[in-house]
Design a protein around this ligand. Structure first.
Ligand code: IMP
Length: 427
């Protein structure tokens, strides 16, 4: 079976826990787009691991972990992440990096920061990891790919034609130019260390599919951060939707069997841009503290709001979500004023979709339904039937307005603190 996990909001929905949980039944775990802008926090027992580039199957020696062609990879940071895992005893793992994935170079990071500063109040609020400039070079056909990084001659040839262009850009932005020899020598070394992991991952995945293996495509970011369908321009530079998985992993679309949408029981976003259900009050602060809503990558406090089902339904439309995993549900215990947004009012008209332009989206006023709170601690609940009636009503409201079954409910950060209503990923 091939299962895709997608974030159904603005990222940070708790995909790390779900992919780790579902990964127990996976033979292969794949990341197909984005780079170290993503941050997955995984609890294994009492130990906390924060992953940025490496897939969550890395903790299981039997799982093949793939960084596919649609990714942008920072070799220096990837090696640091691997060294960090090794230091904590994770030494027996299988990792495969696509020879077609693009390499994040030092100038991408500098340019990301410079463009953000120049944009002033119009800044995107990027993670400043060089993601956008790296994808821009891919589109401009001046990128360096992993296959080039590991071949000294290719690296030399491409870098010597690209760096002068990038240096012109850096100079124009008032930044210092970079020295060819320094970068070449440094990146050539990363290439040497990473070489054993680099291969044609499209071929590897297709062979695994032919062997009928269980493949989990773990999501990064969320649907509203999609370059094509998200809240543009406040988006990332790739597409974190299920539709992007085949092209970003080099497999045929017909091989995707099921899509799980990860949905936080409320909404958060980092970075700038409209957020209709945002809470600018004590309740927002309370949820932020209880849910530890601070960026894994940037440590920025996340903006917090009520659950917005217009957003979730939009994600359902563009990704074809078959089931939902409801995350951080326990955070809402004892929240007296519980609301769920089911539509917006835009210029006096009710709408149930996301408008294309920022100006229109900023004018959207949420229409809420109010729900009754529950007060019982739900961390230890493992059967849906044992949840307080009000908690079940919250879940059933989500199902009613999205027409998607909530198959998994997370009631605490640990792997075991999970209610499974339907096992979507069987061996
Ligand atoms: P970039 O991906 O660094 O270019 O950032 C573009 C936007 O996407 C910013 O608002 C980031 O905060 C957001 N973003 C990128 N990756 C993630 C993620 O993994 N979770 C949440 N937001 C993200």
């Amino acid at each position: 079976m091939r299962l895709v996990v997608v974030g159904s909001q603005w990222g940070d929905e708790g995909k790390g826990k779900v992919t780790d949980f579902l990964g127990q039944n996976a033979d292969v775990v794949v990341r197909s787009q984005g780079g170290n802008n993503a941050g997955h926090t995984i609890m294994i027992g009492k130990e906390k691991f924060a992953l940025q580039t490496i897939p969550s199957g890395i903790f299981n020696p039997h799982i093949k972990n793939v960084l596919a062609n649609g990714m942008v990879i920072n070799p220096k940071e990837t090696l640091k992440e691997l060294a960090g895992l090794k230091e904590r005893g994770i030494t027996n793992f299988q990792l495969f990096i696509s020879n077609r994935a693009h390499v994040i170079m030092p100038y991408h990071i500098l340019l990301d920061g410079a463009y953000e500063s120049l944009k002033g109040s119009h800044k995107i609020g990027t993670t400043k990891k060089g993601i956008g400039p790296c994808y821009a070079d891919k589109v401009n056909r001046i990128g360096i790919r992993m296959g080039d990084l590991i071949e000294e001659e290719s690296l030399k040839e491409i870098l010597s034609s690209t760096l002068p262009l990038k240096n012109k850009e850096l100079k124009m932005l008032g930044l210092e130019e970079l020295d060819f020899t320094t970068i070449y020598n440094e990146y050539k070394e990363y290439g040497k260390i990473l070489k054993p992991y680099v291969c044609d991952t499209s071929l590897l995945l297709t062979e695994e599919i032919e062997k009928d293996k269980n493949i989990l495509f773990e999501g990064a970011q969320g649907s509203m951060l999609c370059l094509d369908h998200g809240s543009y321009p406040y988006v990332t530079s790739s597409s974190p939707t299920a539709a992007s998985v085949p092209v970003n992993a080099g497999i045929a679309p017909k091989y995707i069997d099921h899509c799980v949408g990860i949905c936080k029981a409320y909404t958060t976003r980092v970075g700038e841009g409209p957020f209709p259900t945002e809470l600018h009050n004590e309740l927002g602060d309370l949820i932020r503290e209880r849910g530890h809503e601070y960026g894994t990558v940037t440590k920025r406090p996340r903006r917090v709001g009520y659950l917005d089902l217009v957003v979730v339904n939009y994600a359902k439309r563009i990704s074809g979500i078959d089931s939902l995993a409801l995350m951080l549900f326990d955070v809402l215990t004892n929240v007296e004023e519980l609301k769920i947004c089911i539509s917006y009012n835009l210029d006096g008209k009710e709408i149930k979709t996301i408008p294309a332009t920022l100006k229109e989206y900023a004018r959207c006023i949420p229409n809420y339904i109010t729900l009754k709170p529950w007060h019982e601690n739900i961390n230890k609940v493992r059967n849906y039937e044992d949840l307080p009636i009000e908690a079940k009503e919250y879940i059933e409201t989500i199902e009613k307005y999205t027409n998607i079954p909530v198959d998994l409910i997370s009631v605490g950060p640990e792997r075991t603190e999970t209610i499974i209503r339907k096992d979507v990923f069987k061996k």
